[in-house]
Every structure is written in structure tokens, then in C-alpha cells.
Design a protein around this ligand. Structure first.
Ligand SMILES: Cc1cc2nc3c(=O)[nH]c(=O)nc-3n(C[C@H](O)[C@H](O)[C@H](O)COP(=O)(O)OP(=O)(O)OC[C@H]3O[C@@H](n4cnc5c(N)ncnc54)[C@H](O)[C@@H]3O)c2cc1C
Ligand code: SF4
Ligand code: SF4
Ligand code: SF4
Length: 447
């Protein structure tokens, strides 16, 4: 945090807002009646509140609204858990997972409502914005792995839409949902549907800006489009794509993209994400994510185009999911979603090398030397060696020699799940299914 901002927050009578645990939601700024709080980037690009002490009237509203100071005590209830995917191939291709956000949004828009979500803006920044027309939906679609900023105008606009009796779909990370709920405390929210996206954490906006500069410098062209989630060759093995002003493009498997590999390492995540108090406590109606590990459940559905994991927390959320047309879905156990997606409940652990990484990032002005020092993209040989080692370890922990043999047989599938973070239980289940299949085959051969 720049010193001038820190000084401001420490003046006598100034509010006591959180330091490291601030999630950057901007609710304090939106709530301040005297416009005394500006959200400014710290040395890693994360937005933090800066209080103009001369304007502050010490009313304390910013402290009361802050979701990090007052996390919700109540845990979100699971009313239903589902796998779901849209049936329209084009819409599926245009979304990150099973396209369920787009389906809910389209319904709200068709009924005259407004939808809020994260969009790219000038200079490859990400902000929350409002749309009220389905032709604008593509701006909100797809995960942008950069923290989205939510300005005071967005909070005010949601309040205005609700006051006008309009239906509102608000999508965002758990902290953004908790912040909105806190901001709207006391307002009528019957028409509000909050869709939380499962959140692994948000990486440093400074890192992203440096990465954009690095890409453009290497190519000698301006970036004209960027997608973190291209379902090429398939959803589970997605790729990252950059388009340039001369019409050329660059597409690589996600782990061959330095920025994505850095994101997955947890090193550049916002410090508050490591102690996130919003997991299963955001106050959302429905949670949407990738159904990682669904292949192991053997549900007999096609998964190459993407499948969403959906958790309904409220009757409103359940109704929204069950009322969806143009989609296939089925009930699952909540634990089956959690097995492949620990981010649903657990914050990312703090990597040992994080302080060193952040210190260097604070000082970095050019990514090239930084990339060579922090090489996240191992050689393919090293990747395979690591995967095989992992398989052997899990297999030996899991049991029989036959299980090991089966693991080797289904290694192709297993490594994909492992790379996606599938845990031991999911892999064990896969192995059991495969063992049963082998037994079945043997019985068939014996008779
Ligand atoms: C930073 C980040 C981390 C994530 N981590 C996980 C994870 O660990 N596990 C998991 O299963 N899923 C995670 N997701 C969610 C997942 O990638 C999909 O966004 C989700 O499954 C919805 O997909 P969809 O096909 O239904 O909709 P899509 O059409 O892909 O819709 C994207 C939705 O995400 C919102 N969104 C996009 N970028 C941002 C952003 N930067 N900040 C806030 N909202 C944003 C949009 O507003 C929209 O609601 C993460 C998403 C983000 C942005
Ligand atoms: S205490 Fe009141 S006036 Fe001062 S910054 Fe907070 S909300 Fe604004
Ligand atoms: S309201 Fe949000 S941005 Fe403001 S201090 Fe709290 S967590 Fe940080
Ligand atoms: S991990 Fe938690 S604090 Fe970090 S962006 Fe996600 S919901 Fe917000």
C-alpha cells in the first residue's frame, strides 16, 4: 500500500478499516456519505481504500458495511447440488464451464431484468458492469482471472434497479456477493438473485498488466482479444488464447501460459484470498463453478464441451436452476462437487516462496527478467515425470496391485484430473469403477 494512503487511514478519528484482510470489494467507498473513500491500487495493483481524512465525519458506516471486518456468521445451506450444461453448442463454447451463468442471465434479461458481472474495459482491466440486453451478454461471459473492481456507481445502480422493482442478477466472487448483501442491508431484495462463482482467488492486477505488456512487446502488436478459457482441445484441457491487432493469434495449453501457471501456483493471489472468510458464507442464492472430476462419477454424459457444478443455497437459487430450459442437469451429492473443487470451501494455502515472489513483483517494471527467474512452465518430460510419480504415490496409498494396474491403464484420464486438482477420493472412486469393469470382463470371459 502506498504510504500516503496508509498515513491517511491512521489519522485520529479516521475509520479502522482492515489491512491485509481487505478483499478490495469497495463497499466502504460506495457507502461513505461524504465521498471520503477512494479505491486506489497498492504496489501489487490490488485496490484498497484510501480515506481523505479532511472530509471524513467519523460516522463509522464504512466499518459497519465492511464484509471483511464483519464476515457473515451464518453458513450458506445446501438445498441442492447439480451437474448442469447448456444444450446450445455455440453458447457452451462461449462460456467457461457448462454455460449456466449465461442461461440464468438470458432468462432474467428476457423478463426485463438487469444483469451485473465482470467485463473487460480499457487497458485490459476488469470491472463490474450492468447490462439489460441479451446482445451484451458476451461481455460478461467467461472467467477473467484478474480481480474485477466494483465501483460505487455499480452498488448504487443495483439499489436503484431494485427500488424500481426490476429483477436483478448479480454475479461475482464470494466477497463481492457478501459486500453487496452488506451494502443492501435493510433494502428490499426480493428481486435480487446472487450468483456466486467458485473462487480460487484473484491474482495481482500488476502482474496481469505486466503480462499484457510482455505479450505485446514480444509480438510487436497490440492485444485485441484475450480468453483464459478456450475449450480447445476440450474443456478439461483448456487453452489460453490471445488475439493481436494484425489479425494473428497465439493459443497454448493453459499450463504453457506463464500467467496461468503463476496463477495456479497461488503466488500472486491477493493476500486476503488465503484467509477468505466468504467460502460457503457469502449469502449467495446459487454457486456456479467447473465440475472438475465429473468424469470419475461415470454419469454417462458428454463432458468435452464443459459441465457446471451448481449449488443452490436458497429456494430462490433452487427455483432459478430448476426453471432453466435449454439445459441438461442431474442431482449429485454436494461432496461429489467438493471432491474435485476444494476452492468451494477452502482458501488456497500460502506458498512458501510467496513473500519473495511478491517482493520481486513489487519492484518489477518489466516481465522478461521476472519470467526467467520464476519459471512455472516445466518441460513436458518433467511434467510427465511428476505426474507418474503422483500416480504411483496415490496408487500405493490406495491399495491393491490391481488398483495400481488400473491406474496405469486409466492414467490418461487420471492425470488430467490430477492436474485439475482432483483429490484422492475421486481418483479412488475412478479406480474402483475400473476394477469393477475388469472383474465384469473377467466374469464374462470365465463363463
Ligand atoms: C478469479 C476466478 C477464479 C475461479 N476459480 C474457480 C475455481 O477454483 N473452481 C471453479 O470451479 N470455478 C472457478 N471459477 C469460476 C469458473 O471459471 C466459471 O466462471 C464458472 O464456472 C461459471 O461458468 P459458466 O460457464 O456458467 O459461465 P461463464 O459464461 O463463463 O460466466 C463467467 C461468470 O464469471 C463472472 N466473472 C468472470 N470473471 C470474473 C472476475 N474476475 N471477477 C468476478 N466475476 C467474474 C462473470 O461475471 C460471469 O458471471 C473462477 C472464476 C474466476 C473469475
Ligand atoms: S467514517 Fe464515515 S465519513 Fe469517514 S470515511 Fe467512513 S463512511 Fe466516510
Ligand atoms: S469494505 Fe471492502 S474494500 Fe472496504 S475495507 Fe472492507 S474489505 Fe476493504
Ligand atoms: S478467494 Fe475469497 S477473498 Fe479472494 S477473491 Fe475469492 S471470494 Fe474474494
Amino acid at each position: 500500500m502506498p504510504d500516503s494512503h496508509r498515513d491517511n487511514n491512521q489519522r485520529k478519528g479516521a475509520p479502522r478499516l482492515p489491512g491485509e484482510t481487505c478483499c478490495g470489494c469497495g463497499a466502504c467507498s460506495a457507502t461513505c456519505p461524504t465521498g471520503s473513500i477512494e479505491m486506489l491500487p497498492d504496489s501489487l495493483g490490488f485496490l484498497r481504500p484510501s480515506v481523505k481524512a479532511d472530509r471524513c465525519v467519523s460516522c463509522g458506516r464504512c466499518e459497519s458495511v465492511c464484509p471483511s471486518l464483519h464476515p457473515r456468521a451464518e453458513k450458506d445451506t445446501v438445498l441442492g447440488a447439480f451437474w448442469a450444461k447448456g444444450v446450445d453448442g455455440e453458447e457452451l463454447a462461449a462460456s467457461s464451464s457448462g454455460g449456466i451463468f449465461g442461461l440464468i442471465a438470458r432468462k432474467v434479461l428476457t423478463e426485463g431484468g438487469a444483469v451485473y458481472g465482470a467485463v473487460w474495459t480499457e487497458g485490459w482491466r476488469v470491472e463490474h458492469a450492468r447490462i439489460d440486453n441479451a446482445s451484451e451478454l458476451h461481455h460478461l461471459r467467461k472467467s477473467k482471472y484478474v480481480q474485477s473492481s466494483v465501483g460505487p456507481d455499480v452498488y448504487a445502480s443495483v439499489r436503484c434497479d431494485l427500488a424500481a422493482g426490476r429483477q436483478v442478477l448479480y454475479s461475482g466472487t464470494g466477497c463481492q456477493i457478501a459486500a453487496l448483501r452488506s451494502y443492501l442491508e435493510g433494502s428490499a431484495c426480493d428481486n435480487l438473485l446472487c450468483a456466486e462463482i467458485i473462487c480460487h482467488g484473484v491474482p495481482s492486477p500488476k502482474l496481469w498488466q505486466l503480462y499484457v505488456g510482455w505479450l505485446e512487446q514480444r509480438r510487436g502488436e497490440r492485444l485485441s482479444g484475450f480468453s483464459f478459457r478456450e475449450k480447445e482441445p476440450e474443456w478439461e484441457r483448456y487453452s489460453v488464447r490471445a488475439d493481436f491487432s494484425d489479425g494473428s493469434s497465439w493459443q497454448v495449453p493453459y499450463m504453457d501460459c506463464w500467467y496461468m501457471a503463476a496463477f495456479m501456483s497461488d503466488l500472486p493471489l491477493r493476500p486476503s484470498c488465503h484467509v477468505c472468510p466468504f467460502k460457503r458464507r457469502s449469502g449467495s442464492d446459487v454457486v456456479l463453478g467447473d465440475f472438475w472430476g465429473i468424469g470419475g462419477l461415470d454419469l454417462g454424459i458428454g463432458i468435452r464441451e464443459g459441465v457446471s457444478a451448481v449449488v443452490a443455497n436458497t429456494e430462490k437459487g433452487l427455483f432459478a436452476v430448476q426453471g432453466l430450459e435449454d439445459c441438461r442437469r442431474g442431482e449429485v451429492e454436494y461432496g461429489e462437487i467438493l471432491a474435485g473443487n476444494r476452492s468451494l470451501e477452502l482458501p488456497a494455502p500460502v506458498p512458501e516462496r510467496k513473500p519473495a515472489f511478491l517482493k520481486e513483483l513489487e519492484e518489477a517494471s518489466d516481465l522478461s527478467p521476472f519470467i526467467s527467474r520464476w519459471d512455472f512452465v516445466p518441460s513436458r518430460r518433467a511434467v510427465w515425470r511428476g505426474r507418474i510419480k503422483k500416480i504411483k504415490t496415490v496408487a500405493s496409498e490406495c491399495g491393491t496391485a490391481r488398483t495400481v494396474a488400473v491406474f496405469v491403464k486409466i492414467a490418461g484420464k487420471a492425470v488430467v484430473l490430477m492436474a485439475k486438482g482432483a483429490d484422492k477420493e475421486t481418483l479412488q472412486k475412478m479406480a474402483q469403477v475400473a476394477v469393477e469393469e475388469l472383474r465384469e470382463k473377467k466374469r464374462g470371459g470365465d463363463s
